[in-house]
Ligand binder design. Structure first.
Ligand SMILES: Nc1ncnc2c1ncn2[C@@H]1O[C@H](COP(=O)(O)OP(=O)(O)OP(=O)(O)O)[C@@H](O)[C@H]1O
Length: 790
């Protein structure tokens, strides 16, 4: 294939020709992969091995087709001209020519790295970096930076460290859509360093609002899946704070060609439980404490032969059986078998002993009879034959007795009463329904704290889920037989997959060329993909299995996790290969963390790495300036992230009477929406007033979205602060900031979150005087702006 010379003539036209050629190549590879997939899908019958090979090939080709399809938008977005000659085009995926030359380099490949990190100070061997902007399949603009030519640095704030400033600012100024998009074309150096970090353990990314933590976390997931081929089979879990947030970010990874990642809240990680029960904040806070692990352990112990349960066994026997079962170190439900054995042993021994006493008595009586002179000779011989036989039979019978007792329903009724098989749900329901049980098991809590936990059974809250998970660990399931079967099944798949790989590797050249580095698998990885094709995706299988352990876990808004939630997540990631992103200044949950060190110490000690993001891409400087007093009150040490842009529109506030607030809010919402045109407006209100204020707005603007699962793509959406976490909008109106501040002990953090959601405009309506935290930093509409600049 002859490549056009991109340097001759108009650069846009030249790049357009090159990009068109890339799309033709993409189309050819798609058609080829679709044809192979069709062939495999049509195959029927054959041996078990042939079917397994077809399943594996199906999984391979459908995955490759998904990646090729996902590359359609903005396939190529950059070009690097190297100082020593040579050039790379950078894009969403790697594309080889039919002859095997690289036409496009995947953004995750090492050769693409300078595109993100090269600067005039450290050009990394790059002469020119070109950002290529496309609309559909056409190139609409190019933007060049000469890095090794001593060009004057830009005047824009932070520009000395910005890569592709024009493309970046265009992306940041664009209207929001209610869905997060990938930022692969404009990643910045500090973000790239985190995404490509080779750290294998826990990596914490701390950054203020809008610094791209979510973006970095998701791009890191895509990067790791590309560079660690086994990860696709092990699964990657992305945890977010609520379902609204997960739907906001849900398209980013599929847009990067990665569809096998499980996105979930902690509350969704217990299959079979829908955690939709409302929970008063004080109870949720208590349930989040690490001490609840001890409370639950005590609750389990309390169910193991408690003294109040009537039984025909004496105290010592019960105590011995309990001691033997506990000494096994097995979880409760598996230790039940040990307890049952001990009980059966005890009963069998007791019965045998009783029989032995009877037999001894009988023997003594026989001896007495024999001693009598007038016993008939024949009777004397019969009785003499019994001597010594009875005790031996009793010994033989003890095993039979044990077997009989082990299948005796009465014995099991006793075992059930003393050591019941328990589900996590049953354990928790019984515990929370009974103040006496709580008093016995939770002496570490104060009386009011215990009282906050008492409730009638019926449904589960989000704070219950880590407790259910902890209980499931303490109780265990006796699934040894199932696991052994699964291990045998996997060994069989690995064997078949090896056969598939041998065939694929001896296939035609084109098939091999289109296998990108990320596609190369060993037999075990392929076997797992094959299993995936047979039944469900890795994400689906992981979602259905509480004990699934992931190859990598990413937690967004990680500061919100309670100590019990950390325990739950750590169990899902024994390798501790984790990326945790968050901002301790934005912690809303009373059970959340204010220190990464404290949260992580129980699991990894000091062995975790901290990376910081310092540039705010979302919030304009004028809005960040409005948070200065609030942030100082939160933590005087904490510096707000530096905004990458100013927009010339200071935020405003307006006072209203408490009674007029709903009506004024509706009025200003309508006014803002009209100003915005195509953009997205969020009205952020105190949690407790969401329904009331949404209704007021909907009287004037019936299409405004609200409720537990609001449509974020609607032009206007009314949200509580909790729901707004992690989201962003072109314009934000905040109602009643004082109520947000006073609603919880983390009220300041909540107001900080609300203030930092806007990409363009921010307005605040406050009943009565403005809270001190914003009175001096946000100017009152109609008065002159505060003197400090943005
Ligand atoms: N390199 C980049 N190029 C273009 N846009 C970017 C870049 N980095 C971040 N952004 C954009 O900045 C905005 C904020 O990013 P993101 O939501 O990831 O920040 P965050 O740190 O998670 O914020 P918060 O903690 O406030 O929720 C998003 O619109 C994101 O797309």
């Amino acid at each position: 294939m002859t490549l056009p010379d991109p340097e001759a003539g108009n650069p846009i036209r030249r790049e357009d020709a090159y990009v068109s050629m890339l799309y033709r190549r993409l189309d050819a590879l798609r058609a080829d992969t679709a044809a192979r997939l069709g062939e495999v899908s049509r195959g029927v019958g054959g041996t078990a091995q042939a079917r397994a090979e077809r399943d594996a090939a199906f999984s391979e080709y459908s995955g490759r087709l998904a990646r090729l399809d996902a590359a359609e938008n903005s396939l190529c977005f950059g070009r690097l001209d190297l100082s020593g000659g040579g050039r790379h085009y950078i894009g969403r995926i790697g594309l080889p020519s039919p002859e095997g030359d690289p036409l496009l380099v995947d953004w995750r490949a090492p050769a693409a790295r300078p595109f993100y990190v090269a600067t005039t100070a450290v050009p990394e061997g790059v002469h020119r970096r070109r950002h290529i902007v496309t609309r559909g399949r056409r190139v609409v603009s190019v933007d060049d930076e000469v890095l090794d030519g001593g060009a004057a640095p830009s005047e824009a704030p932070g520009a000395e460290t910005l890569a592709g400033e024009a493309a970046l600012l265009a992306a940041l100024n664009a209207g929001r859509t209610g869905r997060m998009h990938d930022v692969v074309a404009t990643l910045q150096a500090e973000q790239d360093a985190i995404i490509r970090s080779d750290h294998r353990g826990v990596l914490v990314v701390q950054g203020g609002p809008g610094t791209g933590k979510t973006a970095v976390a998701l791009h890191r997931a895509a990067y790791l899946l590309y560079n660690r081929p086994r990860l696709a089979a092990q699964g990657v879990l992305v945890v977010g704070p609520n379902t609204t947030f997960l739907s906001y970010i849900g398209q980013v990874l599929p847009g990067l060609g990665e569809t096998g990642v499980l996105l979930a809240t902690v509350a969704e990680l217990f299959p079979g439980v829908t955690a939709d029960r409302a929970e008063p904040a004080p109870a949720a806070e208590v349930k989040g404490r690490a001490v609840m692990a001890e409370v639950l352990a005590a609750a389990v112990r309390e169910r193991q032969a408690p003294p109040g349960v009537p039984s025909r066994l004496d105290r010592d026997a019960r105590a011995q059986a309990v001691a033997r079962a506990r000494a096994s170190g097995l979880p409760h439900n598996r230790a039940r078998a040990v307890f049952a054995d001990a009980i059966v042993d005890h009963l069998a021994r007791g019965l045998a002993e009783q029989t032995r006493v009877l037999a001894d008595r009988l023997e003594a009586e026989i001896a007495d009879v024999l001693a009598e002179a007038d016993v008939d000779r024949a009777v004397r011989e019969d009785l003499a034959g019994l001597e010594g036989v009875l005790p031996q039979e009793i010994v033989d019978d003890e095993d039979d007795l044990r077997r009989e007792l082990a299948s005796d329903p009465d014995v099991w009724a006793e075992i059930d009463a003393l050591w019941p098989a328990l589900t996590p749900q049953r354990l928790l329901e019984d515990l929370f329904a009974d103040p006496c049980r709580l008093a016995a098991c939770a002496s570490q809590l104060s009386e009011p704290e215990r009282a906050s936990l008492v409730r009638a059974p019926g449904g589960w809250s989000a704070a219950d889920v880590p407790l259910l998970d902890e209980a499931a660990e303490l109780l265990g399931v006796d699934d040894r037989a199932v696991r052994a079967r699964a291990a045998r099944e996997r060994a069989r798949r690995v064997e078949y997959a090896q056969g598939v790989l041998d065939i694929a590797r001896s296939g035609d050249d084109e098939a091999r060329e289109t296998l990108a580095a990320g596609d190369l698998l060993d037999a075990r990885g392929l076997a797992d993909r094959h299993h995936e094709a047979e039944r469900a995706t890795v994400a689906e299988r992981a979602a259905a299995d509480r004990t699934w352990t992931f190859g990598h876990v990413i937690v967004d808004e990680a500061q919100e996790l309670s100590q019990m939630a950390w325990r739950q997540l750590m169990r899902r990631c024994p390798s501790r290969s984790m990326t945790l992103v968050g901002d301790v200044a934005q912690t809303s949950d009373a059970a959340g963390t204010t220190s990464w060190g404290l949260a992580l110490h129980p699991y990894v000690g000091d062995r975790w790495r901290l990376a910081r993001l310092s540039v705010n891409y979302r919030t304009p400087a004028e809005i960040m300036a409005a948070t200065v007093d609030l942030l100082a009150g939160l933590d005087p040490e904490m510096a707000p992230p530096k905004s990458v842009r100013e927009i010339g529109m200071p935020p405003w506030r307006m006072s209203t009477s408490a009674r007029a607030l709903p009506e004024r809010l509706a009025h200003h919402t309508a006014q803002e929406a009209a100003l915005l045109g195509d953009g997205r407006l969020a009205v952020i209100v105190p949690d407790a007033r969401t329904t009331e204020l949404a209704a007021a707005i909907q009287t004037t603007l019936p299409d405004a979205a609200s409720g537990p699962h609001p449509d974020l793509t609607a032009p206007i959406v009314v949200l509580s602060v909790k729901q707004a976490k992690g989201l962003e909008f072109d314009s934000v109106l905040i109602a009643d900031p004082a109520a947000i501040l006073n609603a919880s002990p983390r009220g300041r953090n909540d107001l900080y979150v609300a203030l930092t959601r806007a990409t363009q405009r921010l307005g605040i309506l406050h009943p009565g005087p403005a809270p001190a935290e914003i009175a001096g930093t946000v100017h009152e509409r109609g008065s002159s702006p505060p003197t400090h600049g943005g």
